[in-house]
Design a protein around this ligand. Structure first.
Ligand SMILES: [Zn+2]
Length: 188
């Protein structure tokens, strides 16, 4: 077996040699590194598979969660409010991630940046037209959306404008300047 760098370990599940932060902490292990045998990805897959195939496990988790909510109503309400606040940007980021993969453009939004996008959504107006956002469900002309200033640069924080769906569609691949010129020609 080839000698491995001291801060890496081979996962017996996926056979990849990974740096230690890809593994969970396990202080009780007798292995050299105090980390779990399998990498986080493999452990997540295994948990997902167990959850999908075990009604008992699903019921146990649902019951624990129900009991926690019943005994911690204030914290449950606070958690719900926090989730609600971060929801819109998360939903937009999730579909942007899928779209980026389909289009073959980069996606690099971190949780922190998604939080920043959320506060831009909560300012309540389109960053191009100034139109008020409608944050109701469904896709409306003034629902918030993520516009790529340079389409090929993809979903990187500095390349994103939070704009209404209408402006986003109108700009398409042509960008803000073209949209502005057409709008001005139209209205003058
Ligand atoms: Zn693995």
């Amino acid at each position: 077996m080839p000698q491995q760098a001291d801060d890496t370990k081979r996962c017996p599940g996926c056979k990849r040699v990974l740096s230690l932060e890809h593994f969970g902490t396990d202080r009780t292990t007798r292995r050299k590194h105090k980390v779990t045998a399998h990498c986080r990805d493999c452990r997540r897959e295994r948990t997902k598979a167990r959850y999908a195939s075990s009604p008992e496990m699903r019921e146990r988790i649902a019951r624990t969660s129900r009991e926690w909510r019943a005994t911690n109503p204030e914290r449950n309400a606070a958690n719900y409010a926090a989730r609600r606040i971060h929801r819109r940007a998360k939903i937009l980021a999730a579909s942007a991630r899928v779209r980026a993969r389909r289009l073959g453009v980069p996606f690099s939004l971190s949780d922190r940046e998604i939080g920043l996008l959320q506060s831009r959504i909560e300012r309540g107006t389109c960053e191009i037209t100034g139109a008020a956002f409608d944050l109701g469900p469904g896709r409306r002309f003034n629902s918030p959306s993520l516009h790529r200033k340079n389409p090929a640069t993809g979903y990187q924080y500095g390349n994103i404008q939070v704009v209404c769906t209408l402006a986003n569609a109108a700009m398409g691949d042509w960008g803000e300047q073209t949209f502005r010129e057409v709008a001005e020609a139209w209205l003058t």
